[in-house]
Design a protein around this ligand. Structure first.
Ligand SMILES: [Zn+2]
Length: 365
């Protein structure tokens, strides 16, 4: 089959072996697959990616010296079942699924494995028990956003009970936009969103951010103080710090940038007692001053992925329109154009989410 292949640190379009479904697996046609920022990172830092996974103790094996077909944000169509399958869904059903192959003792990620090609190829093998049928009314392009939007849902769930919080979303790429959508879904707000890119700020607004700031000209923490601190309360007074009298609403900061230095900036700018949820994937070492976090009693939470329940709930919310994700999709591309699409995504002014349609040829449009 045709696929965009990660080979020796480059992305090339080539013909690769057909995947074959084993027991408990299903063969699908990739209808659409979002190009993820993580894939851009992995292409650039594949050695480091694999090494850190190993050091994290992840049940994960990927040999970067062998071909990898990436792509984990997909909507697909059932073509065939492996031996001994339940066959609960008819051939031809459109499906989404967590990009995970469940083996007896191991676990592989579709799109980050040598033997399980991801959605930048024409066909994939998925786990039958993880398949979710896509409701008839939901377009394929929006169903393919289930995976990235579930990341936002999970980040918000991991923040804990947050009804009264005033959240700040730093970085309005696809991850930040997914967090904004999830906050909106839960009725949390006002949502403050910050990004240097005017295009991304416009997308943040379209996804439901209430206050959008350019951090080059306006501090998101200043805006937070204006919105979260009751009139007449001095957040730095001894009384307030001791928890006496009216208190500011809780601060909740989502780090959706993922570059070195951002965590330190958050420690500097965050209000006291704020919780910080780290969603952006920074693959480099970083430096921060813990005493800043100590003095402010900040809470730092790292998050990854989503649960099966969150994944299914995200698909349902997309289908019934409670998550409006259409503005996120800024382009589509055939299999031969995927390498160019990777290059285009490096420029935040032009694109947010590009969907690959590997069943066809065609440049980025
Ligand atoms: Zn992703």
């Amino acid at each position: 089959m045709r696929a965009a292949v990660m080979r020796e640190g480059k992305l090339v379009v080539d013909t690769v072996p057909e995947p074959e479904p084993g027991p408990g697996q299903v063969l699908v046609k990739t209808l659409a697959c979002g190009i993820c920022g993580s894939d851009l990172h992995v292409l650039r830092h594949v050695g480091r990616f694999v090494e850190v996974q190993e050091r994290s103790g992840s049940p994960f094996t990927m040999d970067p010296r062998r071909d990898v077909v990436m792509g984990h944000e997909f909507c697909a169509e059932i073509l065939d079942y492996g031996p001994g399958a339940q066959r609960a869904l008819p051939i031809g059903t459109r499906v989404c699924a967590m990009p995970i192959i469940l083996g007896t003792s191991s676990l592989a990620t579709v799109g980050y494995a040598n033997d399980f090609p991801g959605g930048y190829g024409e066909r994939m093998v998925l786990t039958e028990m993880l398949l979710l049928p896509v409701p008839e009314s939901l377009p394929t392009s929006l169903a393919a956003l289930t995976e990235p939007m579930a990341v936002g849902m999970h980040a918000v769930e991991k923040a804990g009970p947050i009804a009264d919080d005033v959240p700040i979303v730093l970085g309005c790429g696809p991850v930040g936009l997914a967090v904004i959508a999830a906050l909106k879904l839960k009725g949390i707000g006002p949502i403050i969103a910050a990004d240097f890119s005017p295009r991304r700020r416009a997308l943040a607004e379209a996804m439901g951010a209430d206050v959008v700031v350019d951090p080059a000209t306006c501090s998101p923490y200043q805006r937070w103080e204006e919105l979260a601190v009751p009139a007449g309360v001095d957040p730095r007074s001894a009384l307030t710090l001791l928890g006496l009298g009216p208190q500011p609403r809780p601060g909740l900061i989502f780090e959706c940038v993922g570059v070195p230095g951002v965590l330190q900036q958050i420690l500097e700018g965050a209000p006291r007692k704020a919780r910080v949820v780290v969603v952006g994937v920074c693959m480099e070492s970083d430096r921060l001053e813990p005493s800043l976090g100590i003095n402010k009693e900040l809470n730092l939470q790292f998050v990854l992925g989503y649960t099966p329940e969150e994944f299914a709930a995200t698909l349902t919310a997309l289908a019934d329109g409670r998550i409006q994700a259409a503005p996120l999709v800024t382009g589509t591309v055939g299999v031969d154009g995927i390498p160019d699409a990777f290059a285009a995504l490096a420029q935040p002014e032009r694109h947010a989410k590009i969907l690959a349609e590997p069943w066809r040829e065609g440049r980025l449009s």
